[in-house]
Design a protein around this ligand. Structure first.
Ligand SMILES: C=C(O[C@@H]1C=C(C(=O)O)C=C[C@H]1O)C(=O)O
Length: 90
């Protein structure tokens, strides 16, 4: 079991690092949107991402509903950041 837990720990670390990189990109998008007075949320982009992620999840034998919930959770946090950035650049 210790070997499995070592792998779980490595995977969790990779997830954290990947999320950190993703948030670095979304922060830059937030600044671009604020500068060009674009809204924090882009529902069309979100719908495309959700459809894509659900397909990827299905192919990977991961529950697509779980993948969608996870992406929605992350996107909600990104939108919160974008609202904060927009408020600061008013
Ligand atoms: C990052 C963006 O802003 C928001 C956050 C998204 C995300 O985290 O993937 C997607 C769409 C937007 O609602 C974007 O518009 O690309």
């Amino acid at each position: 079991m210790a070997r499995l837990r070592d792998s779980i720990d490595n995977i969790d670390a990779a997830v954290v690092h990947m999320l950190a990189e993703r948030f670095k990109c979304t922060q830059q998008v937030g600044h671009l949107k604020a500068r060009h007075q674009l809204p924090p949320a882009d529902p069309t982009r979100e719908a495309n991402q959700i459809a894509r992620l659900r397909q990827l999840a299905e192919n990977a034998k991961l529950d697509p509903a779980f993948a969608e919930k996870l992406l929605n959770f992350i996107i909600a946090e990104v939108i919160r950041h974008h609202e904060t950035i927009a408020a600061g650049e008013e």
